[in-house]
Design a protein. Structure first.
Length: 145
């Protein structure tokens, strides 16, 4: 067996391009993966946890989230958005027929986090895309502190 390829972590510019998809399932799945990757980068930098450990299947998303939440790094609207983005992803990833009403409610709860929405046609999918990007940007700032 060869070495595993290093985990991919997008830049904000790459994220914007990646989220320009027509497939709803892809939008929700990829959006969450990008948020999870930046959470892993924060865990690596702030807690010196090697990325190889974070990539282990035994380390679940909820454990990564709890470490950041309980340490006080994840809070307020950023914390709320991270949780909602994961919840939306789970509804699509773990159900053959996701509850669209519950997903719409989750999207409605997402905060824009300072993103300008003037002139943007704001369908629920566009709101999700904008909120993933603004959440990613807020997490990136946390990484640079």
């Amino acid at each position: 067996m060869g070495k595993k390829a290093p985990m991919w972590a997008p830049s904000k510019k790459e994220l914007e391009k990646i989220l320009e998809v027509d497939n709803v399932h892809e939008l929700f799945l990829v959006g969450q993966v990008c948020i999870e990757r930046i959470l892993e980068k924060i865990l690596e930098k702030k807690f010196n946890i090697p990325l190889e450990a974070l990539d282990d299947p035994m380390i679940m998303w909820s454990q990564k989230y709890l470490i950041l939440e309980k340490s006080g790094l994840l809070k307020g609207s950023v914390k709320k958005n991270v949780r909602l983005i994961n919840s939306i992803r789970n509804r699509y990833a773990h159900r053959l027929k996701p509850d669209e009403k519950a997903i719409e409610n989750n999207i409605r709860e997402l905060d824009y986090l300072g993103a300008s929405i003037i002139g943007i046609k704001c369908t629920k999918f566009e709101k999700y895309r904008v909120c993933v990007i603004s959440t990613f940007s807020a997490l990136e700032k946390m990484l640079k502190k």
